[in-house]
Write a protein that binds this ligand. Structure first.
Ligand code: ATP
Ligand code: MG
Length: 573
């Protein structure tokens, strides 16, 4: 491709609202543009990157026997009503009406439609297993679209769905996807982890996410380098450190005038935060629940919700005063005047099996400006125990003697065992060997190609621009002709362009009539893995080659160029 005829609008300045580095560089490099909040378009360079990612995904999906098809993105509401998701999902779903006043939705995902197809077309266990996939648009009215193409309201997804007669079949299809996904992420050059994740809204038994470490990530994972334990923070377990400090285990009220937060109380009483217990009132649907975690730990709301099997929210300050009779900051689990039968759940680390055993803690006194010292769990309070706290860096791995670390990550893909959650309500059954009707066991598996592209930029850039992994770069070679009007340079660049193309390279030939400085900085910004510069020594047939990553230049005669590029290519990770 000649740059002079390529629509490649690079920019010197980043958009003012861009925070993520991938957002800045993809805009500046002329890969994408924003149309509206959370709605982006891909320019030719960006679309080439997407094409390369999608090609890798297709190859690896085909390799596990998955079959590509294409589903509509405009849906009638009925299938979504049958599974209940029409009612469970809130504002994230784009809803509309057709001219006949029928309810319609835009595809958020495609479990319903694939199950609908399976219900109509699959009859017998002999037709199973099946894996079907598509690369198709999804629409989600995300509350906070941000980070450029990382979280948008319209995006491409590779989504696949497996159909099996039984659990063992579903297990096998899930295993095939792990093989395909591991290869896809390795081939796209991304650093990523496969972590245990919460099946959440998809329902079902087990799920994993693929996470690319990057500062712009909105998720966190706990990792153990010793044994490979890897889990989303939503469900990561850990061994807590024992609580520090001494608190005598006899009950006694202490004055804590105006001291409400852990920091204030611990400072005032000169006790480490882990000698304190936080009492946090939540509403699970409309039932109040008092959650207890140590002062040095954070409660994870998702863990509480999962334990209770219901969505939770922190109680409003007025609700706290109504239900407990004291203001926030002085709430505690012992001697609540108003709600004697209040349900209480404490984090496991406070329990008899916890690292500190039975010991005294300081808790809220349920009276203004008062705390209660010497509270022993199991003696003075009888809570239920559950894993409520967020795992922290430096805590012990739940599976070995190792230590956990926490990383910020971008979710690039995930895999779910769905079981019969969608096949049952949509009537997707087949006859088994004995002629009995059985609901199909399904799995669902997603990857966001734009998130792969943006994550690759997050992981591979420097102050001058992008360093694309070689498998997904828009072009392999950026051929920079320094002087557009120089005859020797034009002739040599033209020859090399042909020669390289014949040898199978994708080449961007910068033949624009621009200042050399502009061409060089565009080449660094756009980030193709190899640069070939045709300049002063063109008359002798000598050019300069330079990997984008190392920046090391070497001169090469045109006859050796292909071999030299190949050698450099192989050295790029
Ligand atoms: P997230 O937790 O980040 O919202 P999700 O769990 O909703 O993601 P899925 O519904 O499982 O994601 O979608 C599968 C894949 O689609 C994700 O792993 C991600 O790569 C991509 N994806 C999901 N939501 C978006 C979005 N709003 N913008 C871009 N890509 C997305
Ligand atoms: Mg989401």
């Amino acid at each position: 491709m000649r740059a002079s005829s390529l629509f490649m609008p690079t920019l010197k300045q980043s958009p003012s609202d861009a925070e993520a580095i991938s957002h800045k560089l993809l805009i500046r490099g002329g890969f994408v543009r924003q149309f509206a909040a959370g709605i982006y378009l891909f320019l030719p360079l960006g679309w080439r990157v997407m094409g390369r990612i999608n090609r890798i995904m297709r190859e690896e999906m085909n390799a596990i026997g998955a079959q590509e098809l294409s589903m509509p993105t405009l849906h009638t509401a009925d299938v979504w009503q049958q599974t209940g998701r029409y009612f469970d999902i809130g504002d994230e779903m784009f809803r509309l009406k057709d001219r006949g006043d029928r309810d319609m939705v835009l595809a958020m995902t495609h479990e319903e439609i694939f199950a609908w197809l399976a219900a109509r077309e699959l009859r017998s266990y002999r037709e199973l297993p099946q894996i079907w996939y598509q690369i198709q648009l999804k629409f989600r009215d995300e509350p906070r679209p941000k980070g450029g193409v990382l979280r948008v309201r319209e995006f491409q997804m590779k989504d696949s769905y497996s159909f099996d007669i039984d659990e063992a079949g579903m297990e096998a299809s899930y295993g095939k996807h792990i093989v395909a996904y591991d290869r896809i992420f390795a081939r796209t050059g991304l650093r990523s982890y496969r972590v245990e994740s919460d099946p959440g809204m998809m329902g079902g038994a087990q799920a994993h996410e693929y996470m690319a470490p990057a500062a712009a990530g909105e998720d966190r994972v706990a990792l153990c380098d010793a044994c490979g334990y890897a889990a989303n923070i939503e469900l990561a377990r850990s061994h807590a450190h024992p609580a520090e400090g001494q608190v005598a285990d006899e009950l006694r009220e202490v004055d804590t005038p105006g001291r409400r937060t852990i920091e204030e109380v611990s400072g005032f009483l000169e006790l480490p935060p882990s000698s304190l217990v936080k009492s946090l009132l939540f509403m699970a649907d409309e039932e109040p629940v008092l959650a207890l975690v140590r002062g040095d730990q954070e409660l994870h709301e998702g863990k509480l919700a999962r334990y209770l099997g219901r969505p939770v929210r922190p109680a409003h300050p007025e609700e706290v005063e109504d239900l407990i009779g004291v203001e926030v900051g002085f709430v505690g689990p012992v001697g609540i005047a108003t709600g004697a039968d209040l349900r209480m759940v404490a984090d496991l680390s406070l329990g008899p099996e916890g690292p500190s055993g039975a010991r005294g803690y300081v808790v809220g006194g349920n009276r203004r400006d008062t705390h209660l010292s010497g509270v022993v769990m199991g003696r003075d309070v009888q809570p239920e125990y559950a894993d409520l706290r967020e795992a922290q860096a430096g805590e012990g791995c739940p599976n070995c003697q190792g230590t956990l670390r926490i990383e910020q990550v971008i979710e690039v893909g995930n895999i779910f065992k769905l079981g019969t959650k969608y096949s049952k309500p949509l009537g997707a059954t087949v006859l088994d060997e004995d002629g009995k009707e059985k609901p199909i066991m399904m799995g669902s598996y997603g990857i966001g190609p734009a998130r792969i592209a943006a994550s690759a930029v997050e992981q591979n850039h420097d102050e001058r621009g992008i360093l694309w992994p070689k498998s997904i770069a828009p072009f392999d070679v950026h051929l920079v002709q320094v002087q557009a009007k120089d005859e020797a340079q034009s002739a040599l660049a033209g020859r090399l362009y042909e020669q390289l193309r014949v040898a199978g390279w994708e080449v961007l030939w910068d033949d624009r009539d621009e200042r050399p400085g502009v061409k060089f900085s565009d080449a660094e910004l756009i980030g193709c893995p190899l640069r070939v510069t045709v300049g002063r020594r063109a008359t002798e047939g000598v050019v300069e080659v330079q990997p984008r990553a190392s920046g090391e230049r070497q001169e090469v005669h045109e006859e050796e160029l292909v071999a030299r590029l190949r050698a450099l290519w192989d050295e790029i990770p």
